[in-house]
Design a protein around this ligand. Structure first.
Ligand SMILES: Nc1nc2c(c(=O)[nH]1)N[C@H]1C(S)=C(S)[C@@H](COP(=O)(O)OP(=O)(O)OC[C@H]3O[C@@H](n4cnc5c(=O)[nH]c(N)nc54)[C@H](O)[C@@H]3O)O[C@H]1N2
Ligand SMILES: Nc1nc2c(c(=O)[nH]1)N[C@H]1C(S)=C(S)[C@@H](COP(=O)(O)OP(=O)(O)OC[C@H]3O[C@@H](n4cnc5c(=O)[nH]c(N)nc54)[C@H](O)[C@@H]3O)O[C@H]1N2
Ligand code: SF4
Ligand SMILES: [Mo]
Length: 778
């Protein structure tokens, strides 16, 4: 077993200039170093060689798509994918004895990094009311306890079922089925905090919430925008796709307040050139935009395109596309023509000339793609911003054809699949009708709680039970102090998890840890060895089959945990356990939970009759490369209420930042997976040894009378009187856009007010926090 750190790491902060290129040999070295710290060379060999291969383990990292079968490398993964998979494949173990030595009050004081480094959870544990220790509990007793609490609630809506995007399609489908058969749509997920704004804006304007771009489109594109995205750290294999596009002559425009290494230059570790050469420059143009300036940028750009059409009528806009497929063009055009350049340059921090150069790039390009991620979605006017990007694409018909389109780059490896499976607090009636037809119960129709509203409901005592399928809710959520208090107010909190995290230390009256198999592990059920399926960012659904021996003989799969819980809980409520046609099932509420547990193929059979596009699921997903879900936009269909794509008029003032304040974004380092830091380093940004840093433009530091190396508290300023403070951060001068600061998530979630959310999508605005820096002790 690998040694486990007993102490918190205490390296001093070490800062070097930010790197100007990503990947290359150091990426390989870091991937192997972290992997071998966690697990044996043999296990690392199994994970790495089967990862992202046909029939192998799907990378548990991000949702980037794999190349088509036959076009994959022998090593089809990136540095971070290797770290993510071996973080799960670790040989370190958290045992019952560990919990005897560490009461909850001790665990609560530990860092996120330390908690994760303790290794895999191995046995179900319970913390009982009034106790400070987790103690072992048998699975049967755990299900009994949980189902007793569930059935004694005043209403099913007093329970919340959270899902993180790691969960497989099969587990997600079973969870939503259970929740709805139990009687609630309270199905918040990490997507509420991730791409909710994208889904909302795309659905509203195009009639579908998913991206329209496939990997081959990127390869064929002439011009690719990377807006609010750090692919070098968060979607590293996207750089390989961009490299291919560039070799065919594509241009790339990066829009970011930070000059991220992966946006500048890429050394592909899979190619000889990338190992010994200088690599390939990625961005041809870098727009050093201010936080929240993207709506203004695309409005300015759209205005320039309309004016170019005035000068060369019929040459610039795709009038045929606009006429045939869209509505609202005239109103949109009037609105955008009135946008003022003073507003655009103030909001973006860019010059008009810079934006005119981008217009020229656009005019030279037949096929344009816009990629984006959290830099756009986690803002108060995220939805208007993404709608404006749709306007931009539609002006020149860059939708529904090869090499063009909208590409929201998803985070978790199966976050998109979980939505397809019905994990959403507001699934449309068509889905609920299909569930009703297939299973014969009447699903609740009222919308449930999303993540932010779940916190509000817990705080107000309207929700008493919180169950999560993967994830780390208390760290992912905004307003950490509020969220923790809300969680502690629950009667019961329960987490289906692979590894220890902060959410296990912020307990309701009773708390359960339900340890589960990870994606890397062999999953054997009564019906034989199982595989699961996942959907990537490009709507491709494929299999993932674990290879390693489970971390402990006591682990149950996610599907098994959920099916047993459903069986136990719904049995109490519907004792006859009969289907509507009178046929007896071996499960409850007319749902064959035991059959589902024994053979996940039985779940997929049901999915194929409920989820559009997944008909004949079992047969089709078995083919190499899996199933490509259709996107209506690519078939020229825009399923909005009007049957057309909508041009929209968008407004959203630039965030107001009072004198002496900065706008703060909370972001990921290169060495973390969401709420879980792997080390305290952020190699590409030149930061080592500490995550408690705030990156500020040197000119802003001068104006604020601060200098690098000083220690400050970050204090967030919001419309309420609550003080939100993150203490003891070290100032690092950094080339971020003027007026904009950056610090790491989740240490700074304490600063994000619960009510500071994106209009329409209710997504926390965690990249738009007004802060002041308070200097500590001289
Ligand atoms: N290694 C690793 N990979 C990951 C993850 C991880 O934690 N670690 N997380 C996964 C998940 S769940 C997700 S959602 C994705 C997230 O992937 P990203 O969205 O790349 O993640 P963030 O670190 O939040 O970075 C946001 C980027 O947007 C920029 N940005 C911030 N605000 C603005 C703005 O107002 N305008 C513009 N134009 N840019 C802005 C930031 O400078 C930064 O480069 O990554 C996934 N992949
Ligand atoms: N301030 C701020 N807040 C943010 C963000 C931000 O940029 N800034 N980003 C937001 C985004 S984009 C997201 S997606 C959320 C992330 O929110 P979550 O998805 O809730 O958080 P993760 O950190 O991905 O969850 C990690 C935990 O998942 C569990 N886990 C890992 N693999 C498995 C598995 O296979 N099965 C099970 N059952 N459990 C598993 C482990 O116990 C691990 O500790 O955070 C959001 N919060
Ligand atoms: S790009 Fe994403 S999916 Fe691909 S190997 Fe890296 S982390 Fe995994
Ligand atoms: Mo995410």
């Amino acid at each position: 077993m690998h040694k486990r750190p007993d102490d918190e790491p205490k390296d001093p902060l070490h800062v070097t200039p930010p790197r100007r290129w990503a990947a290359g040999v150091p990426a390989v070295v870091h991937a192997l170093t972290y992997s071998l710290e966690q697990t044996s060379p043999r296990r690392a060999g199994v994970t790495l060689l089967t990862m992202n291969q046909v029939g192998g383990i799907d990378c548990p990292g991000c949702a980037w798509a794999d190349p088509a079968p036959g076009h994959r490398h022998r090593n089809e993964y990136c540095e971070n994918g290797a770290k993510h998979i071996n973080d799960e494949a670790t040989t370190r173990r958290v045992t019952a004895d560990f919990f005897r030595r560490h009461p909850v009050s001790d665990l609560a004081r530990r860092s996120d990094l330390w908690l994760n480094q303790q290794g895999r959870l191995t046995a179900p544990m319970v913390k009982r009311e009034g106790r400070d220790h987790y103690e072992p509990i048998g699975w049967d007793d755990a299900f009994e306890l949980l189902s007793r609490e569930l059935t004694s609630l005043g209403s099913p809506d007093e329970a919340v079922f959270y899902t993180s995007g790691r969960a497989s399609n099969e587990a997600a489908f079973v969870l939503q089925l259970f929740a709805r058969a139990f009687g609630t749509n309270n199905l918040p997920d990490c997507s509420n905090m991730c791409h909710e704004s994208s889904g909302y804006a795309l659905h509203e304007t195009l009639g579908t919430g998913k991206g329209t771009v496939r990997l081959h489109d990127l390869h064929q594109s002439d011009l690719i925008f990377l807006v609010g995205q750090n692919p070098g750290s968060n979607h590293p294999r996207q750089l390989s796709a961009l490299e291919q596009a560039k070799r065919r002559g594509a241009r790339i425009v990066a829009v970011n307040p930070l000059p991220e290494a992966g946006l500048l230059r890429f050394k592909n570790p899979q190619e000889v050139n990338g190992v010994i050469g200088r690599g390939i420059p990625i961005a041809d143009r870098f727009l050093h935009i201010r936080l929240g300036g993207d709506l203004a940028l695309f409005q300015g750009l759209n205005r320039l395109l309309l004016e170019a059409e005035d000068a060369r009528p019929g040459d610039v806009l795709d009038q045929d596309f606009i006429r045939a497929n869209t509505s609202g063009f005239e109103e949109f055009a009037r609105h955008v023509r009135a946008v003022s350049w003073d507003d655009v340059t103030a909001a973006t921090g860019l010059t008009r000339t810079e934006i005119e150069r981008v217009r020229d790039d656009v005019l030279r390009s037949e096929r344009v793609i816009v990629c984006w991620a959290m830099g756009l979605t986690q803002h108060r006017h995220a939805v208007p911003t993404i709608r404006e990007i749709v306007n931009f694409l539609m002006l020149r018909g860059n939708l529904g054809r090869a090499g063009a389109g909208a590409c929201p780059v998803r985070g978790h490896s199966n976050v998109q699949g979980d939505r397809t499976m019905g994990i959403w607090e507001q699934m449309p009636d068509s889905f609920l009708d299909a569930l009703q037809r297939e299973f014969g119960f009447d699903p609740p129709r009222a919308h449930g709680l999303d993540s932010v509203n779940a916190i509000r409901a817990m705080r107000e005592g309207r929700v008493k039970l919180f169950l999560s399928l993967a994830g780390n809710f208390v760290r992912a959520a905004p307003d950490s102090a509020v969220t923790e208090e809300a969680m502690r107010g629950c009667r019961l909190t329960a987490h289906i998890s692979t590894k220890l995290n902060r959410s296990h230390t912020v307990c309701g009256g009773t708390a359960l840890i339900l340890p589960t198999l990870g994606r890397t592990e062999r999953d054997v059920q009564a019906g034989g060895e199982q595989f699961v399926t996942v959907e990537n960012s490009m709507s491709e659904v494929h299999t993932s089959r674990g290879r390693l021996e489970p971390a402990s003989p006591l682990l149950l799969s996610e599907v098994a945990i959920l099916c047993r819980l459903a069986c136990r809980t719904l049995d109490d409520r519907t004792p006859d356990g009969r289907a509507p046609d009178g046929q007896a099932f071996d499960g409850s509420a007319g749902i064959p939970w035991r059959e589902f547990e024994a053979d996940y193929g039985a779940i997929r059979d049901r999915i194929s009759r409920v989820v559009p596009g997944l008909h004949d699921f079992n047969r089709r997903v078995a083919r190499p490369g899996g199933i490509s879900l259709p996107n209506p936009v690519n078939e020229g269909v825009f399923p909005t209420a009007q049957g057309k794509a909508l041009f929209t008029r968008n407004a959203g003032p630039a965030p107001h930042v009072p004198e002496g304040h900065l706008l703060l974004q909370t972001m990921r380092s290169h060495d973390q997976w969401n709420t879980v830091p792997y080390t305290a380093d952020d190699r590409y940004r030149g930061i080592r040894g500490s995550r408690k840093v705030v990156l500020v433009n040197p000119a802003d530091l001068r104006e604020l009378g601060l200098s690098g190396g000083q220690r400050v508290d970050l204090v967030s300023v919001w419309t309420d009187d609550v003080e939100r403070r993150a203490g003891g951060f070290e100032v690092v001068p950094y080339p971020t856009a003027r007026g904009c600061a950056a610090a790491y998530y989740p240490e700074t979630n304490v600063l994000v007010p619960l009510d500071s959310v994106a209009e329409f999508s209710n997504q926390p605005a965690s990249k738009e926090i007004v802060v002041r820096l308070e200097r500590l002790g001289g």
